[in-house]
Design a protein around this ligand. Sequence first.
Ligand code: SF4
Ligand code: SF4
Length: 171
Amino acid sequence: MITFEIGMDEILKQLPQCAKDTHNETKKFFNTLKKKPPKHLDVLMQELHDDEFERTDCLTCANCCKTTGPLFTDKDVARIAKHFRMKEQKFIETYLRVDEDNDFVLQQVPCTFLGADNYCSIYDVRPKACGEFPHTNRKKFQQITDLTLQNVAICPAAYNIVEEMKKRLKK
Ligand code: SF4
Ligand code: SF4
């Protein structure tokens, strides 16, 4: 586990290497999980997620908003454009692009809506994916292990949750 005593800047500096060092082991663990997920997986993930986010202050981090950014669904676009009193097409042209999977994503990262104080300026209407990141309390977590393998390199909370998961399920 990455300890929060060293401060978030240092954690974010160390995280990519930690994720690299544990990549093969985590991949193997996820492969086994996908084949035979334990019956209590949903309950366990909710517990690990809640415990971790009691320790983690996202406002000291914001690494997801700085390095990746969410997908914008049509509903997200409609809601956020309305918030800005912009036409949806104008909102799309100003802030979004279509990626290789045909999804709307941010034109640039860090996210335009992220403030210098790490607050989200559209928090109340932010994309659904932002509210759900890093998806570690998702039901049927075994279905999003490929995505999680990427997320552990950018989200210290996701990294810690996966490390704790490995410990708990290896017992
Ligand atoms: S969700 Fe993860 S990456 Fe995003 S701010 Fe919180 S700890 Fe950082
Ligand atoms: S919309 Fe808000 S929460 Fe989502 S990536 Fe941008 S700053 Fe972060």
